[in-house]
Design a protein around this ligand. Sequence first.
Ligand SMILES: Cc1ncc(C[n+]2csc(CCOP(=O)(O)OP(=O)(O)O)c2C)c(N)n1
Ligand SMILES: [Mg+2]
Length: 708
Amino acid sequence: MQLHSSVFYSRRLILFLPPLLDLFIILSMNTDVNLRAADNIRILSMSMVEKSKSGHPGGAMGGADYIHILFSEFLNFDPDDPAWINRDRFFLDPGHMSPMLYSILTLTGRFSIDDLKQFRQWGSHTPGHPEIDLSRGIENTSGPLGQGHTMAVGAAIAERFLASRFGELFAHKTYAFISDGGIQEEISQGAGRLAGFLGLKNLIMFYDSNDIQLSTETKSVTIEDTAMKYRSWGWNVININGNDQDQIRNALKLATSENDKPTLIIGKTIMGKGLLDNDGKSFERKTSTHGMPVSEAGGSFEKSLINLGGNMDDPFMIFEDVRDLYKIILSGKSGNAAEWKKRKADWASANPELDKKLHAFYAGNLPEIDYKAIQQKEGSATRAASAAMLSLFATKIENMIVASADLANSDKTDGFLKNTHPFTKGDFTGAFLHAGVSELTMAAIINGMAIHGGIIPACGTFFVFSDYMKPAVRLACLMRLPVKYIWTHDAFRVGEDGPTHQPVEQEAQLRLMEHLKNHHGENSMVVLRPADAAETTVAWKLALENKNTPTALILSRQNIKDLPSEKNDRFADALQSDKGAYIVADCHGKPDIILIASGSEVSTLIEGATLLRKDNLKVRIISAPSEGLFRNQTEEYRKSVIPDNIPVFGLTAGLSVTLQGLVGPRGSIWGMNSFGYSAPYKVLDEKFGFTAENVYKLVTAYLKTYSK
Ligand SMILES: Cc1ncc(C[n+]2csc(CCOP(=O)(O)OP(=O)(O)O)c2C)c(N)n1
Ligand SMILES: [Mg+2]
């Protein structure tokens, strides 16, 4: 237990002193107001959870000292311009500690006491786990533990990338805050390895090590030496008492002057610091305070509040001296930001071209690209067609970063790499990230790059391993991050590698994200499975032009015959991909049968149609690269492509359900309904019935059973 005495200094005296001297006295001589600021954060955090009867007070109370020292003395931000490009970034990995973040952001003026009182309520600005709310100073927090600090690694890479192009004037720090949960999550392995490997010296992570997690103490699940683990990854590790403000200050001083490595400050903190029970005894270090109001957990809200210097008349009080301290701090921050902006203006007048580029990067503007002029090799695999695009982008789109999880030569992101070079320790002049075998890490890192701003990030791997990335894909969808996924080896035609490598149900899963709307009412993701090289060109065009949501490109390993074009302009035809589905080949008059597919199955339908036409059937063939985009079209357009009361046959190398929404209730689908097998892909096509002959057979049988 720790009792807190009242202020040492006389505020009245200070008011007569010049402002800079004020700041000096308050910051360097008077530690008590700093202790009171941390206690104020504890009080607000505890009160928020108590009032809403829901949330996590314990961890927030332990981290309060660090968060106060960081925000008041180290974190650079502009109180009047939360989107200032050169602000330091702060990523809170344990989103459940949001009361701590809301409290500090109330002290910095971005939230109101009323916001705090509305914690976790419908329509409030203070949800349980905030994702992103830049106008209120929330850079990012992560509900799913582990992703938050990994996104910070992405932001730190983005910062180095931009500083290496525009100069160290654009250097800033990225601060991450991690807890036991994030340290234990597997993703921390990838984040730690890459940050150390790349020598991200501007990344500073505080580990709130309170020895307690949700259901147990940490000693029930781990004996690891975390410091040794991070040191082995090449981090600078500093151990401190995380509730000792001087130690925090000193550690941050060391960390901010580190010039070679990322820094991990391991702070031993006290869960629920300052809490008392009903008998007035310490109620600190209790697992129960992880995720419920103090009173519900067995502590005394009132006694704890008083112990921390608050009172029951106003549990959301901000102490006057703390308020005054923050006034001074904020004016200092404004001054620093203004000073930087002045330097930036000087730089801009000396470097007008670079300044234009910088603005274009942050605005997300794309250079002119003549997509029509792009020559694709005839009959390319769509992964190869994608490589051709990436090669061009590497020379044209100067703020594009592409990553691959150790599959660059298979997922064909090496097309991009061909015209740039990979990041290495201390060298960010290239634009390629060899992420190593760490798909989830890679996906979270590109999210962090997108959150940082100024970058167009993309990443590639085999489609089947999209399963390893889903948690980060989901956050990208939720946060409307315009990241791009390059997923190749899209079907059982992976062949000999066998069922572990052959996607079946993956497309259906991703199409679900096309159904799921984000909070702006948009499809949360655009998922494109192009049918040939021309559609791949257009898919990349759509991906780049989509600045609101993630875009996935699902690409074939094997070569695909180019689709026919009636007017001999396949590119012009493929431009209709933006409607999600369009007619590739048609008949005169009302079709007897409509054939529909995406990806390489479209070309199988084209061959099947040749056989069907021999029976004098009128056949329409539709390529549907994105069911989600198709659903967004007017009913008139949709009915013009797939009219009612005409038999529709779908072919998919995914689960049959992938096409259910397109063929309708009376349609027929030939799909995969089991895992694949290991064999050459042409054998698999035969065995699984993905041939023109089988299409002919299936459609003929279907038409016999279809009653008009
Ligand atoms: C990926 C993921 N798994 C599980 C959870 C549920 N959860 C929330 S906090 C937590 C662990 C809490 O321990 P710690 O991170 O040390 O926070 P503290 O209890 O110290 O506040 C868990 C398992 C989660 N948010 N994310
Ligand atoms: Mg903990």
